[in-house]
Design a protein around this ligand. Structure first.
Ligand code: PLP
Length: 421
């Protein structure tokens, strides 16, 4: 008899964006003429950079020839891309990594979800709250999170990030956390962490023999010079941290699929007997078994973003999105809303006032799903309810900067008219 992995049955029914899509579809069925603008889902909208497109064409042409055809590639990725990454993403920041410490992937979602497979099932995980849902759900699938009660998993340490603590997660007290998920710039709050704050986490991990899984998917959006782009800017992080990168938001690769994971050779975890096991070797073993590499065409495309032209072009697109973020911050603030993030990240995190009253400053807080629905029905604008990212997201919604200027402005006009209405 084939038995199911019962841990999958513990997963909460619907993925957040599926829930949102259902509600938006229901609205559209009832209001077929309404023109809904989505500032909800975190997908990019602008086309690929010309350098990337050219590299893809060239790689495709190569594949059409006997000499230039590429079949299975190296599981860890082609050297041409790994070298470009070392040279451009790390060396200028004084970070020296070996080429073997870079693993090209098909996007950060797979690796942020899969990396926990290397760890014993009863490690105690800690997450900043709210958080990108993949971290918790992938741990639920392996039975590491306990049971779901009152919106929380019993075996997960939630580290609340709210306006009250400046969105800086407090270090865990009591039972030490074995595995810590950090994501900066943060999805969903759009906030960042300073070097001194990040240093506290690295020191915590070194002291408690914990592992940090650091998601840097949005590092390309950082504008403030003092904000770290990589956890390896912090001394000691090579011993305790694995870092995930993605070209999705850096270069519009959500549909192309390519990213990379850094697993330093010094980072290791323990057996019950106290033997140290380097994660680099273990991850390589895992990838060689379960992953057959990212396509040659995608890797050539990714390489192109590191050329002088490519760099200029992707920066222009990031600036375009950040211009949206700036417009959103400015206009929402002018309306009296309490908004965060948006300065070093493409996300705006907004406190949800009760929309029944007129004076925003005097409004009582409302639930994030209620605000989502009121905004959808009142302004035909889609946001993402904060509670979908964790219990501390209740009372907030997320807006993304990934739409066009025109749609973003129109959505803001509608929010303004609705808020004042
Ligand atoms: N990490 C974070 C924090 C994200 O928000 C996302 C996508 O939205 C990802 C990882 C996944 O990115 P990718 O497209 O590289 O799989």
């Amino acid at each position: 008899m084939a038995l199911v992995n019962i841990h999958f049955l513990n997963l909460q029914n619907n993925y957040l964006f599926a829930d949102i899509a259902k509600k938006v579809n229901a609205f559209k069925v009832m209001h077929p003429k309404a023109d809904v603008i989505s500032l909800g889902i975190g997908d990019v909208t602008q086309p690929l950079a010309p350098s990337v497109v050219e590299a893809m064409h060239k790689a495709t042409d190569e594949m059409a020839t006997k000499e230039g055809f590429h079949g299975y590639g190296p599981e860890q990725g082609y050297d041409f891309l790994r070298e470009a990454i070392l040279k451009n993403d790390f060396l200028p920041r004084g970070i020296h990594l070996d080429i073997d410490e870079i693993f090209i992937n098909d996007g950060a979602k797979s690796d942020t979800g899969n990396f926990q497979e290397l760890l014993h099932w009863d490690n105690f995980i800690g997450v900043t709250d709210p958080i990108y849902p993949v971290y918790i759900d992938s741990n639920v699938m392996i039975g590491r999170c306990g049971t779901f009660r009152d919106g929380r998993w019993t075996n997960v340490r939630y580290m609340p990030c709210t306006a009250e603590n400046g969105f800086i997660p407090p270090l865990p007290t009591g039972r030490p956390v074995d595995v810590i998920y950090l994501c900066y710039p943060n999805n969903p709050t759009g906030t960042v962490i300073t070097k001194p704050e990040l240093r506290k986490w690295v020191n915590y991990a070194l002291k408690n023999d914990a592992l940090i899984l650091y998601d840097a998917a949005y590092q390309a959006y950082i504008r403030d010079k003092d904000i770290p782009h990589s956890i390896y800017e912090i001394r000691g992080a090579r011993k305790c941290a694995v870092e995930f990168h993605s070209f999705s938001k850096t270069a519009g690769f959500t549909g192309v699929r390519c990213g990379y994971t850094v697993v330093p050779k010094e980072v290791s975890v323990s057996t019950f007997e106290g033997e140290r096991i380097p994660l680099n070797q273990l991850w390589l073993r895992r990838q060689c078994t379960k992953f057959n590499g990212t396509s040659y065409i995608s890797q050539r495309a990714a390489e192109a973003i590191y050329t002088p032209e490519g760099k200029k072009q992707i920066k222009a697109t990031i600036d375009y999105y950040m211009d949206n973020a700036h417009r959103m911050l400015t206009r929402l603030r002018a309306l009296g809303y309490e908004v965060y993030g948006g300065e070093n990240a493409p996300y705006i995190w907004m406190r949800t006032p009760d929309t029944i009253q007129k004076d925003i400053a005097a409004m009582a807080p409302t639930s994030s799903w209620k605000f989502f629905e009121t905004l959808l029905y009142g302004a035909n604008v889609v946001c993402t309810p904060g509670v979908g990212f964790g219990p501390s997201g209740e009372g907030y919604v997320r807006f993304t900067a990934f739409n066009s200027h025109e749609k973003t402005e129109e959505a803001l006009d509608r929010i303004e008219a609705w808020s004042k209405g």
